[in-house]
Design a protein around this ligand. Structure first.
Ligand SMILES: *[C@@H]1O[C@H](CO)[C@@H](O)[C@H](O)[C@H]1NC(C)=O
Ligand SMILES: *[C@@H]1O[C@H](CO)[C@@H](O)[C@H](O)[C@H]1NC(C)=O
Ligand SMILES: *[C@@H]1O[C@H](CO)[C@@H](O)[C@H](O)[C@H]1NC(C)=O
Length: 466
């Protein structure tokens, strides 16, 4: 269907406004206060740091008494966690759950505003054997809260990592893994609905991008994107991978017949340093190191996009345009005891260094956190290793599908150097730039790769629009 030219122009011009698919959907932004480190400041100083930065919600990974006592009368709301080690007992024994709630929740309230209990952490990912205990434990903890008159003030949930989904792309195909869908997720969602709680999701576009950098554009992963990805089934356009992953979770819940449980993003964030150096094969190792997903500029961009969006009262997603959500950024500090050997990315998710200076600018009260960094220029080039036959096929395809190949014709500005890799690179890059570097547009069945330094191809200059 060809749109009249003026209409196409108008639609094109309106695109930035279409980002605002939600007029007003509120939420709050908090932080995850992880403490897997040996150099963190005293808890009392941390509470001052939170207050000083206008941070009003914090999530911890236990029910540490020093932390809970220090948060008393601070006005900061806190979600505590029952560790996975206690799940079996809490599932089996209501009196264990009651005692746990008395000691770790009731004892600190109301001076400390404990408003949530996470029962376990990423059970499907880190302790799948405990999956059958999960909903019984949540139920017993909630019953204990009810018995103590705290059921309205304190909500029970459990953080679920995005890998609980067996499919998430496009978002409308979002489904939970078969082994947990009916046995655990369905009763859990019924529990969350019945108790007015929300589904707690751990979601990291960082890892998705870091592990598949050639399928996803960096700007889309960071939430900077002007290049939307449209879900063919729903025709909804996504401008950030975060929203796509959240909606995939919404669709997974709907596939189980639940459409009215809201999501809390209980963890999201981006590493400012570190590399994933472990990986099968030397080529893969080099490839991953080259992508530089973890950087201060990227972490600043991602986390400021998240913070600004909450402050702009726009936490909805394309599929849930009127539903807001709370978001917790992981993490408050860099944690020097995290990370595994040469894979040290996990140690650098902090908003602050342990000396309490910011790793980069951000602002939980006014937003912005300084000007967003300029997107990096990138180019798409041919991989010589796939061989001339495959390159020729892909080159022909690119030239027939929107690449401008006039410059590589005889007499054109980029005919020299006259070889397959140079010509294919020109065509691939032209296609990639014309598609505004959207995810998946520099692939050509594995014949192409994105680079972030201007490629050196004789006198031929490959354009890059930013
Ligand atoms: C609570 O946190 C403080 C500060 O990190 C730590 O020194 C203490 O050992 C923790 N207490 C428990 C019971 O884990
Ligand atoms: C990523 O790209 C590879 C290579 O083209 C492809 O085989 C794979 O299916 C892609 N993955 C996703 C999630 O799009
Ligand atoms: C805090 O620590 C960071 C990282 O080690 C360092 O770069 C920075 O200079 C420190 N700031 C102060 C005020 O010590």
């Amino acid at each position: 269907m060809a749109l009249p030219r003026f209409l196409a122009f108008l639609l094109g011009a309106a695109l930035p406004l279409l980002h605002l698919y939600c007029t007003e959907a509120g939420g709050e932004v908090g932080v995850s206060y992880g403490m897997v480190a040996n150099d963190l400041p005293p808890v009392a100083s941390v509470v001052q740091l939170l207050k000083h930065n206008g941070i009003t919600m914090v999530r911890i990974y236990d029910a540490n008494s020093t932390v809970l006592t220090s948060l008393a009368n601070s006005g900061i709301r806190v979600t505590v966690m029952m560790p996975n080690d206690d799940l079996a007992a809490a599932a089996r024994d209501p009196s264990f759950a009651l005692q746990w709630v008395r000691t770790n929740v009731q004892a600190y309230r109301p001076a400390t505003q404990i408003t949530g209990v996470d029962v376990g952490n990423e059970v499907f990912t880190v302790a799948p054997k405990l999956a059958p205990d999960l909903v019984p434990a949540m139920t017993n903890v909630q019953a204990a809260l009810a018995q103590l008159g705290l059921a309205d003030a304190v909500k029970v949930s459990t953080p679920v990592a995005i890998d609980a989904l067996k499919a998430s792309y496009p978002p409308s195909k979002g489904r939970f893994k078969d082994e947990i869908a009916q046995p655990v997720m369905k009763p859990m969602l019924d529990f969350l609905r019945r108790t007015g709680s929300s589904f707690s999701l751990d979601v990291y576009p960082f890892f998705a991008y870091d592990e598949q950098p050639y399928n996803i554009s960096l700007d889309y992963a960071l939430g900077n994107s002007n290049d939307g990805e449209t879900d063919p089934k729903t025709s909804l356009t996504y401008y950030s991978l975060l929203n796509a992953q959240i909606d995939a979770t919404n669709f997974a819940m709907e596939a189980l017949g639940v459409s009215d449980v809201t999501i809390t993003v209980i963890e999201t964030g981006w590493a400012s340093r570190g590399e994933r150096r472990a990986g099968p094969g030397r080529g893969r190792r080099r490839l991953l190191a080259n992508t530089c997903a973890a950087s201060i500029a990227n972490a600043r961009a991602y986390n400021n996009n998240v913070i600004n969006r909450v402050l702009a009262v726009k936490t909805c997603t394309p599929h849930r345009p009127r539903v807001g959500m709370d978001v917790y950024i992981f993490a408050l500090f860099n944690e020097n005891n995290k990370g595994y050997g040469p894979d040290d990315r996990e140690a650098y998710f902090g908003l602050f260094y342990p000396n309490m200076t910011k790793v980069y600018s951000f602002d939980f009260v006014h937003g912005t956190g300084g000007p967003p960094p300029q997107p990096r220029a990138s180019w798409c080039v041919a991989k010589a290793a796939v061989g001339d036959t495959k390159l020729q096929e892909s080159l022909d395809w690119a030239c027939g599908h929107g690449a401008d190949c006039s410059a590589i014709q005889r007499g054109g500005a980029c005919f020299d150097p006259d070889n397959m890799v140079a010509h294919a690179s020109y065509a691939f890059n032209s296609y990639y730039q014309n598609k505004r570097r959207a995810g998946g547009t520099c692939d050509f069945s594995g014949a192409a790769t994105v680079v972030y330094k201007a490629p050196n191809i004789g006198n031929c200059v490959l354009p890059s629009k930013v």
